[in-house]
Design a protein around this ligand. Structure first.
Ligand code: ZN
Length: 243
């Protein structure tokens, strides 16, 4: 089975459509979305409807949660806050009801694969996994061999080895049965690893490997729509930098 795992679409319809087209070319059997469908960019409604049409598991991200509530946004950066406020205006009560019931975690039937938006260490607290220590905390609560996450918008691989956590850059990875592994799938709609192209992964359960995919999309159109929606120009500019 070939399972496509994607995260952090963040209302970037051009990036989402390019990724879905690439998944079709890659003969993917199943898809799973790790959350943050909305927030930031120009098309929250369109992205949410596109993802729902996939009829695949969709997890809850922090932006999905904030966009469907009235909670204070004082802990968010300026751009994140403006993006969430934009979504709160655009999304219907039905969209918000859908977002607010999304689950925090997913597990495959055979209990080999799992997924979460941020970290298995208290999922509703949205901990970032950047350092070996962050990964240790996550691994203490990971019950499957191979888990997937998003949230940082930086793709990569974390392995719990005997000597501690090892971090590998995003590249084809043959997963093992004897250690815990966590793969960050990066972001579709707002990558932050210096590469502007949309990021997602495919896991091949027969070949026991994970491969990272980067997909070009009509960046200029996405940027133009951000400005036309009345969102800050720097939100559009950062897409080109992949940051
Ligand atoms: Zn995000």
């Amino acid at each position: 089975m070939r399972l496509a795992v994607f995260s952090d679409v963040h209302s970037n319809l051009e990036a989402l459509d390019a990724v879905l087209a690439d998944m079709a070319d890659q003969r993917v059997d199943q898809k799973i979305c790790l959350g943050d469908v909305v927030g930031y960019n120009a098309n929250p409604v369109e992205c949410l409807e596109r993802v729902r049409e996939l009829h695949c598991p969709v997890l809850r991200g922090n932006h999905d949660q904030e966009c469907s509530s009235d909670c204070s946004l004082e802990n968010y950066s300026e751009l994140a806050r403006i993006g969430i406020e934009h979504c709160r205006k655009k999304l219907s009560p039905e969209h918000k009801a859908y977002l607010s019931q999304l689950p925090f975690t997913w597990e495959s039937e055979n209990e080999v694969l799992g997924a979460v938006h941020a970290s298995m260490y208290m999922p509703p607290q949205w901990h970032y996994i950047l350092s070996p220590l962050d990964a240790e905390l996550h691994f203490a609560f990971q019950t499957v061999r191979l888990c997937f996450c998003g949230h940082t918008h930086v793709p990569g691989i974390f392995i719990q080895a005997a000597k501690g956590v090892k971090i590998l850059p995003p590249r084809k990875y043959h997963y093992r049965d004897d250690v815990l592994q966590l793969v960050n799938v990066g972001s579709v709609g707002q990558p932050r690893d210096g590469d502007w192209r949309a990021s997602y992964v495919i896991v091949d359960t027969k070949g026991h490997f994970v491969e990272f995919h980067r997909v070009k999309y009509p960046l200029k159109i996405a940027q133009k729509k951000i400005v036309q929606a009345g969102l800050p120009k720097k939100m559009a500019d950062r897409l080109a930098r992949g940051h």
